[in-house]
Design a binder for this molecule. Sequence first.
Ligand code: BV8
Ligand code: ZN
Length: 247
Amino acid sequence: MALQDAANLLGPARHVVVFTGAGISAESGVPTFRDALTGLWSRFDAQALATPQAFDDDPDLVWGWYEWRRRLVQRVRPNQGHLAVARLATHVPRLTVITQNVDDLHERAGSPAVTHLHGSLFTPRCASCARPAPVPESTGEQPDEGRRVAPPHCRHCAGLIRPGVVWFGEALPEDALESAVQAATECDVLLTVGTSALVYPAAEIPRVAGRFGAAVIQVNPQPTPLDPIAEVNLAGPAAEILPALVT
Ligand code: BV8
Ligand code: ZN
């Protein structure tokens, strides 16, 4: 049985990398990236909004979208999948958590030192001088879906504040990418969870681990391009599979 095969790989592992994507947060109520635009947002294309060009063309549209997503994330809770990942740290000598997600649900589940390859909804910065900016105060109201919101101005240079995420066409944070690649080359097991593995260079991380001899275990209800390199494929939702794997 696949779950037992995965447990047998994890059991003796000394260094495990958990590599996550939007699917791990799906059962918390955070839409995955490729269906992020629901309701009023459905008339937009996520991949087109997540670009420097989109922010230049229509900063209020893009800022409004990220404010909606940030406030949605603040209202939801980590699920059993995030909690199982945090628990895994007590089962293996070394655990590295690498996420493509811009939410903070791994941290809120108790995973320390999460590597965020694509930045965070909670680290806005100035688009001109790059200095960090405060996260806007939450009003406690329901997020206004589909609403344009003017971004704040930088208190140092008056430039526009932008979300602290990595947009398409932008380089990933060098330290995050470097430590992720390093961990991938060193681990015995890489557990990839809830990612379509379509966005590069992040999608290289499980492939690097496989090339360097790690066993790759995949948790995803759908097929992905990683199926051929995964030693074990656990087809199902993360919030069910991970707690069964990490008891
Ligand atoms: C760069 C932050 C260069 C913002 C995101 C060809 C080769 C190599 C690269 C490229 C190429 N063609 C184009 C590129 C470049 C591009 C790229 O990869 N494009 C792809 C689409 C072809 N990459 C870039 O532009 C990157 N930068 O290359 O820089 C450079 C170098 C030097 C100097 C300057 C430039 C930057 C990419 C970063 C994009 N930012 N996010 C935001 O969130 O708004 S990407 C976005 O996709 C997501 O946010 C997430 O981070 C990422 C990955 O998505 P997933 O997490 O996998 O989510 P997805 O919705 O796709 O899938 C969900 C999965 O969950 C599914 O498989 C589903 O089955 C599963 N699931 C559902 N429910 C569950 C579940 N699994 C488990 N349990 C469940 N319950
Ligand atoms: Zn500034």
